[in-house]
Design a binder for this molecule. Structure first.
Ligand code: MG
Length: 257
């Protein structure tokens, strides 16, 4: 599949989807408190998106039933919201959510702490977030896809954490998943050249133990094979002449570093 480059005007239009995606992510995150079910979070997100003129990008995507993916502790990605899954203090939860606005897809994710979390889990969150920012900083013209993956890997290694290889970031536009795949591992100066007009969802997934994954019987939920925690952060980024510009963000915050 060919990479679909976006014009500056199209990138501006994508920022509307990105802004709503970032807002709803922030608001869902504020509701990740002990006792709340992941289905309640999902319904909040769907209402929030629809009441502001968007469409939940994930709902129905490939048959996915929710508007958010809610993945707790050893769950890496693609958790289906449920009324029987309730948050408790000490959990971490990856919320992945997107809003489609004017036909443009949005996509972003953040891992939130519920109540008080352990020291090592806190470090996992900090390092995973840092790996995302370093990867975003590498998303500039002249660099290659391998530079993005290498940035994630280098930060993960500094914290002693694993990097999930079975799932990747991706191009994004009118479709949520476009070319290219954006692996969270790689070698510097290798892979596809990054070009002005590429819009990428950069989403490292780091693990406290093995990076190996397992898909549960519902066909969606991905967990770590050893049951140890995983964290996941994601932002949509446009590659411009001036470097990376955040697309899934709120106004005034479109420069990463
Ligand atoms: Mg994504």
């Amino acid at each position: 599949m060919a990479v679909i480059l976006k014009t500056p005007e199209e990138i501006e239009a994508m920022k509307e989807a990105g802004r709503l995606s970032a807002e709803v992510l922030r608001e869902v995150g504020a509701r990740c408190v002990p006792g709340v079910s992941t289905l309640e979070l999902d319904q909040f997100a769907e209402d929030y998106i629809r009441s502001r003129g968007g469409i939940p990008t994930f709902k129905g995507y490939g048959g996915f039933p929710g508007s958010i993916c809610a993945s707790i502790n050893e769950q890496i990605v693609h958790g289906i919201p449920s009324s029987t899954v309730k948050l408790k203090s000490g959990d971490i939860i990856s919320i992945d959510v997107g809003a489609t606005v004017d036909g443009w897809a949005g996509d972003n994710a953040w891992t939130f702490a519920v109540g008080r979390i352990g020291h090592q889990v806190k470090k996992l969150l900090e390092i995973t977030e840092k790996s995302m920012w370093m990867a975003i900083a590498a998303a500039r013209p002249g660099n290659r896809l391998g530079d993005i993956g290498h940035a994630v890997q280098a930060v993960a290694k500094s914290g002693g954490f694993g990097v999930v290889r079975d799932y990747t970031g991706h191009g994004i536009g009118r479709d949520m998943h476009e070319s290219p795949q954006v692996p969270n591992y790689g070698l510097k100066h290798t892979g596809m050249k990054l070009q002005v007009g590429m819009v990428l969802a950069i989403e490292p997934m780091l693990t406290m133990g093995t990076h190996k994954t397992h898909v549960m019987r519902d066909g969606w939920l991905v967990v770590t094979q050893d049951g140890k925690p995983a964290a996941h952060f994601e932002k949509t980024v446009a590659i411009t002449e001036d470097g990376p510009v955040l697309v899934s963000t709120e106004p005034g915050r479109d420069r990463p570093l």
